[in-house]
Design a protein. Sequence first.
Length: 375
Amino acid sequence: MKSSVLEEIRTLRNNKDINLNTMNNNRYCILIREKDGSETAYCYSTPIYNLKSKHVVDLQFHSEKNSFYTYGSNVRIDVQKDICMQNQNGYIKLLVDDIAFKPQGRSLVSPSCVISPTLNGVLFNVNSNNYTIIMEASKPFLKIRANSKYFAYMSEKFKPFGTLSSLGTVDLYNHFCAPALVTYKKLNDKQVALTLRSGVESGKHILFEVNMYENKLFQDTTVESKNPKENNVYGGIAFLGNTECFGEQWLYSRPDFSKISELLNKQVRYVKLHLPNYNKNNFIVLSGFELTNRFCSFGSTWNKKIALSKIITDSFGSNAYQSIDITNLIVNKKSKAINHTEGLILRTKVKGCGFSAVATGDNYYTPQILEINYI
């Protein structure tokens, strides 16, 4: 993400003027008044307003005596002898060997890694292709969900308390080149050791994020041919196309319009889905398809995947985003109101062309954005 939520929107709008609607009270949305009299809602996949202050998350670390702190959408993060993330539900501590952080821009830098604020946690960029971190929860969690892409402490059957999500591997030339795989070892009732390793030998840096959970605007998951029984319900990135680690991968996604219910009675002119693009050096066109049936983000796997139906359209965009116009999927042609939808499938337009690494709905560092223009 850019240095602020508004800077991200300016990028999407090609630096057009921003006239904010300050009457908005939806934690997921920024509303912009357009010169033609319409209004555009930029709906983020995770909340962008702090639950208590009602202010937009500032994505900056601040100094306080011998420590640093920042606030996410529903968390306070303190960096001192460890990294402590706390809200009304408890805390998660991250124990790292090297804690000698110094401020640099909006990040904190140490010899081994750089950490940056996300919308409700922290992003790690580590100088290694094999890295271990200890995560401690404030209370024992009997239930864990985890696979090669993420680790989640669960507070309820389908609701995490906090998550670690691997984003991937960067090579010597700063190119996003492959997944990074997650494994864990339970140390005791409160602590786990999490190891991330690069999916390729050429990997020099690993990116991952750790966040306290917030409900999402999108219900989504990937499915993949090489791990036909595995999905990605809490992972923050999709490698659409083909990789050595995952084989062929697709993304299933469905907006949860209950999070933006005030838009359901609007006359909508267009709807665009923007997915932050990680392998910026290689833009690969994606195709969006309708679904033949409803999918379940927890139960979907390659072996149980719902078949795709007719094509919606292909993606467009720049190095920063993969964007897709989903107006025909979302909007009723007669009433112009938002329709219920079973969602869509995204995959590469051409098979065997490599991969496009894009943010999923569970990404807090570079969230997906649903752009809705209405009158």
